[in-house]
Ligand binder design. Structure first.
Ligand code: SF4
Length: 360
């Protein structure tokens, strides 16, 4: 049996069959799951996927939602560009494709936020197209099975992987079950050919696998060269009036674009200005415990300060013209807050009855 046929046979008996997005061939739902699953584990995605579909059961409903509603449902999943693109993509499908997802992979790929592998997966799952995928799982299986050396983000290695992916479909039986093959590669990578300790003795590819034969599973795929990532620092102000916190919307561009966060400042002098601006009493802001949040390309060192505010006014102008609101602490989980800001404010909520918050 050829590579693809082996995977299909294995998927049908040993693969996953109960994931919520496997119950449908509706391109809207499959697309949503594919975008959510990028860089995120299945177990984390499931509740988000279900909540999202309960709120936006059709692509028209998603297209007509405000970006704020979309971001609020995405809050905590990270990589927020995915949510903004998801929203734009839904609007494009409605305006340019009469609300019907295109069927050809090349057309799907022309939509915002959809790359070649995702477009191919949607076409294969929903329309039986013979279009291969190339995600992290497939790269790991291929490099081990075929003994492909070199970092998988290098152009020549990537080309070899894609060529191999096309060849595997050409060599497979004519009636290759594309949804089962596509799902099978994902399942095999997630459950058998895992990053560490692959379960080669139950793998359907073991008889011809290069890495198993040469005992090189730990060396393939070739590890990426680790770069030390830069650290950026920011100071945030938790401004509290009774059970409300002042939040402001971030600009569209940059990290956490469009999400709600806390006022930021760079120096003690700026903090004094903010303090004078926001309260009439001469209370000093309390320094809370600092913490770090890791992004793909840098680490963010966050130093929060906490200050009680005697009144509930809003500033029209706050330097960048962004919107502000006083958020009740019991609405934290339903607001589009970045994960580290949510965590910080949940801590504030927990201690909000106390006179002073625990500092650093
Ligand atoms: S035999 Fe082992 S290394 Fe090879 S594809 Fe299967 S699980 Fe991966």
């Amino acid at each position: 049996m050829q590579f693809a046929d082996l995977i299909v046979a294995w998927q049908k008996t040993h693969g996953r069959h109960h994931l919520p997005w496997q119950k449908t061939r509706d391109a809207y739902k499959v697309w949503l799951s594919e975008i959510m699953l990028q860089q995120t584990q299945v177990a984390t995605v499931i509740p988000y996927y279900e909540r999202f579909l309960a709120t936006f059961p059709t692509i028209n409903r998603l297209a007509n939602a405000s970006q704020d509603e979309v971001l609020a449902l995405w809050a905590g999943l990270g990589y927020y560009a995915r949510a903004r693109n998801l929203h734009k993509c839904a609007q494009t499908v409605v305006s340019d494709w009469q609300g019907i997802f295109p069927r050809q992979a090349q057309d799907i790929m022309s939509l915002p936020g959809i790359g070649q592998s995702t477009a191919n997966a949607i076409a294969a799952f929903c329309f039986d197209a013979k279009t291969p995928i190339m995600d992290g799982n497939v790269k790991r299986i291929f490099t081990r099975y075929y003994g492909i050396e070199g970092q998988t983000n290098k152009r020549e290695v990537e080309k070899r992987l894609w060529d191999q992916a096309h060849e595997n479909i050409e060599l497979a039986s004519k009636d290759l079950d594309m949804p089962a093959y596509t799902q099978g590669q994902m399942d095999l990578g997630a459950t058998i050919c895992t990053r560490s300790k692959p379960k080669c003795n139950v793998c359907p590819l073991q008889a011809s696998c290069y890495a198993r034969r040469e005992n090189r599973q730990a060396e393939l795929p070739t590890p990426k060269i680790k770069k030390t990532i830069p650290v950026r620092s920011v100071k945030m102000l938790v401004l509290q009036h009774q059970d409300r916190i002042l939040i402001q919307q971030r600009p569209e561009q940059g990290i956490w674009g469009g999400l709600w966060s806390l006022p930021e400042f760079q120096s003690e002098q700026e903090l004094l200005t903010l303090q004078n601006d926001w309260q009439q009493t001469r209370q000093t802001a309390i320094k809370l415990a600092a913490f770090e949040h890791v992004f793909t390309h840098f680490k963010l060192h966050i130093q929060p300060y906490w200050l009680k505010c005697p009144h509930l006014s809003l500033r029209e102008e706050n330097g960048n013209g962004s919107k502000q609101q006083w958020l009740p602490l019991d609405r934290l989980e339903t607001t589009a807050l970045p994960a580290p800001v949510l965590k910080l404010l949940q801590g504030v909520h927990q201690f909000s009855g106390m006179e002073d918050l625990p500092g650093s």
